[in-house]
Design a protein around this ligand. Structure first.
Ligand code: GLY
Length: 369
């Protein structure tokens, strides 16, 4: 990843896409949607799509639509995209625009990275979670059976377009899910950004009459947040060291996410990350001296906005086993990203089963479980 990834923050989506499509030379243009983004997001792009077709009468843009949901992030959908590209005349010089959340940008990015050994692509992030995480940083891939992101490649998009206009149709749960990754970036950056995040009311973004004003206010916060990730990725694009900072909250978080799924109470990724952040800050408080006051602020915020997860001490063994199988581990130890203070990360910590149990005890206390 030699070049800095271009990320455009704008609410003037069609002109930004039009400029990008002129800047990134290509012979044919393809746009990938899922059934949901086709319905809710494509209408915001029609000016661009109509203008493009009018300007390129000999090579109309081709639209590919695949099924929505993470379950469709598989080899069958990938084959659909490759086949559609191939059947409709895509060459090494074609351009693919992925319009969607993490599922579409991961799968579409991988399709582009592998079709004819790689074509150019643009990610248009349509969910808050996708904008703040998946669309940026070059990780692409698909699931293999139950194994998430098991197959993939580091392949940064030629450009990423981020607009809060798409989020006006997101429900409160999806907004909070994306916001958990922003809180993670806040913890990794500095007190000012972190405080700004705790003060911003993300849940009012979809309230009648407030959407436009709040979406505009979110854009600069989102830009700062995405730039935290970009700065980490710039220093360690292939996750050899520093990029593990972005796993903060995810060791406990992935275990919670799988536990909820197995116990018939699936949750959005960001909810599990929010609970994971609290647990990993408790562990940081115990092992690396992270301040209690900030820990309590985060715990209260998570309790009030995300609510509790329904675990008891009988679930600790299962959660521990799930953490042991986390693919970030080396050998038989569980790898944690911890914090010394806001902006001061400590990589590659391990903890014993007893220490993890004691973190879960305190977590349940703080969440009022
Ligand atoms: N989602 C974390 C990363 O991109 O490294």
């Amino acid at each position: 990843m030699a070049n800095e990834q271009k990320v455009i923050f704008t609410n003037d989506i069609c002109s930004a896409l039009s400029d990008l499509s002129k800047e990134i030379h290509h012979d044919r243009l393809f746009m990938l949607f899922d059934t949901e983004t086709m319905k809710h997001c494509m209408p915001l792009l029609t000016t661009f799509m109509n203008d493009y077709d009018a300007a390129h009468p000999a090579s109309h843009l081709h639209t590919i639509v695949i099924e929505a949901t993470d379950v469709a992030k598989n080899i069958e959908s990938l084959t659909e995209v490759w086949t559609s590209l191939s059947d409709n005349g895509a060459t090494r010089h074609s351009l693919l625009i992925n319009v969607g959340g993490g599922m579409i940008t991961d799968l579409g990015g991988f399709a582009a990275a592998t079709f004819k050994r790689g074509i150019k692509f643009i990610n248009v992030a349509t969910s808050l979670l996708g904008a703040v995480d998946a669309a940026v940083g070059g990780k692409t891939g698909i699931n293999l059976g139950n194994l998430k992101n098991e197959i993939g490649a580091f392949a940064p998009a030629d450009a990423v377009l981020i607009s809060t206009k798409f989020f006006e149709s997101l429900d409160k749960e999806n907004l909070l899910s994306g916001y958990a990754e922003m809180l993670k970036h806040g913890l990794l950056s500095n007190c000012q950004h972190f405080n700004d995040l705790l003060e911003f009311d993300i849940t009012s973004l979809n309230e009648e009459g407030k959407a436009e004003e709040k979406a505009a206010a979110l854009l600069p916060l989102l830009e700062t947040s995405v730039n935290v990730k970009r700065s980490v990725v710039r220093q360690d694009p292939f996750e050899q060291g520093l990029r593990k900072a972005l796993n903060l909250g995810h060791t406990f978080g992935h275990a919670f996410e799988t536990w909820c799924m197995r116990h018939g109470q699936p949750v959005l990724h960001g909810y599990a990350v929010a609970w994971g952040l609290v647990c990993e800050l408790i562990m940081s408080n115990q092992l690396t001296g992270f301040g209690s006051e900030t820990l309590y602020r985060v715990a209260n915020y998570v309790r009030d906005n995300y609510g509790p997860i329904n675990i008891t001490c009988d679930d600790y063994e299962e959660l521990y086993q799930l953490m042991l199988h986390d693919k970030k581990n080396l050998g038989d130890t569980i790898n944690f990203t911890l914090m010394k203070s806001i902006g001061n990360v400590e990589l590659n910590h391990t903890a014993s089963k007893e220490e993890i149990g004691s973190v879960l005890d305190i977590f349940r206390d703080l969440m009022g479980i």
